[in-house]
Design a binder for this molecule. Structure first.
Ligand SMILES: *Cc1c(COP(=O)(O)O)cnc(C)c1O
Length: 390
């Protein structure tokens, strides 16, 4: 009785969330009443009771279509990017597929030459069969983009900073060219996260993420999402692929991801702070040929990054003096840092990228990619400096 009485007189406080730290904690959890749990419950049920006359309550029918945990997550993701709507997927790759599936046979896609390797494999295998035509373009050269655009160009894909060379491309300028051509502009915002870069504010139509990386942040969940600036027909097709195609994430994964996002802004600060210190130290090390980190003033994309990012991120790569053998030896000698693929978790990871990519990928053979974790920066540095000493 007490609870009901309290509920009836309860007025929802006005929550205007414009600051990302507050959004990360509260978005998707609005409208809580006295007696409601503070932490989100996990609703594993795949089906929901209808009313006696057969109507849905709160639009809930079946978990492939929608689920309270997915709804909370999608609301949070949309607010993080400043979008109108978000669709969550079982992986970043499924989110990318939803975007390419929204296109039609014969459509033309422009993607960066250094697009995430898995996206390239997807376009060259699955979507070549599906009938999409793709041009890989150096998007640091706007005239090259202009030249690659055809009458059938329907989607321009951006990814900045790129993987693994941390190349920076100008999001606002590229979106403008894409829009003039009547194309949708998509930014794979996995690396910077909405904490550091806001593609929808810079002019993109879509921000996509592999939430497996920083948003999840603990190397324990696989997920992806598509966030749209407008709920238009293109986004409806993405939604269709999620609901009708069934590329939906499980309620537990949605819950875990929503939980992890609460700390995202603070994790990103630590990742950035540590990465900046490490990039500077490595750039002064005699065994290192070059460091690729957009926060270094010597980096080719530093000025654009300073304009479109609020900080420079937790990813860097560096080339070890020598070749493949010398760089693999460094990756083999680290102790605190794990020698593993992927990125964005609280733990530092190092990887020899050329080994996981096909020959001819263009990644230098002496390059190591570092996902800087949130351990003590002194401990990470000691580990790296120890591994660099031969
Ligand atoms: C990991 C990654 C993907 C693919 O996401 P999955 O969750 O592994 O399917 C796409 N883009 C970028 C930039 C990535 O790092």
């Amino acid at each position: 009785m007490d609870r009901l009485a309290a509920t009836e007189s309860y007025t929802e406080p006005e929550l205007t969330m414009s600051n990302i730290e507050t959004i990360a904690v509260h978005a998707g959890r609005e409208g809580r009443k006295p007696g409601d749990p503070i932490a989100d419950p996990i609703i594993t049920s795949t089906v929901f009771h209808k009313t006696m006359s057969g109507e849905l309550v709160d639009g809930l029918l079946y978990t492939r279509h929608d689920n309270p945990n997915r709804r909370a997550l999608e609301s949070c993701l949309a607010q993080l990017e400043g979008g109108a709507a978000a669709a969550a997927f079982g992986s970043g790759s499924a989110a990318s597929m939803a975007l390419f599936h929204a296109l039609a046979h014969g459509d033309h896609v422009v993607a960066p030459i250094d697009v995430y390797y898995g996206t390239r494999v997807m376009l060259d295998s699955l979507y070549a069969r599906w009938g999409l035509n793709v041009s890989y373009v150096d998007l640091t050269d706007l005239s090259a983009l202009q030249g690659a655009i055809t009458e059938s160009t329907r989607l321009v894909w951006l990814e900045t900073p790129s993987n693994p060379l941390l190349t920076i491309t100008d999001v606002a300028a590229i979106c403008e060219i894409a829009h003039r051509a009547g194309s949708v502009a998509v930014v794979d915002n996995t690396w910077p996260t909405p904490v550091l870069q806001r593609p929808l504010v810079l002019g993109a139509d879509i921000a996509m993420h592999s939430t497996t990386k920083y948003l999840g942040g603990h190397a324990d969940l696989l997920g992806g999402c598509v966030i749209a600036r407008e709920e238009n027909e293109f986004f409806e097709r993405v939604r269709e692929y999620q609901k009708v195609g069934g590329a939906a994430p499980a309620p537990f994964d949605c819950w875990l991801l929503r939980r992890s996002i609460a700390t995202l802004p603070y994790r990103m600060r630590a990742h950035c702070e540590n990465a900046a210190r490490i990039a500077t130290a490595l750039s002064e090390h005699p065994a290192v040929e070059i460091v690729h980190y957009p926060g270094l003033p010597s980096h080719g994309g530093h000025d654009i990054a300073a304009r479109q990012m609020s900080d420079y991120g937790g990813m860097l790569s560096f080339q070890v003096r020598g070749g493949r053998k010398e760089s693999l030896a460094v990756a083999g000698r680290v102790k605190l840092i794990s020698h593993a693929t992927s990125l964005g978790g609280v733990e530092s990871l190092i990887e020899h990228r050329a080994s996981v990519e096909a020959p001819g990928s263009g990644t230098p053979d002496n390059l190591l990619r570092l996902s800087v974790g949130i351990e003590s920066v002194g401990d990470i540095l000691d580990d790296l400096l120890g591994a660099l000493e031969t």
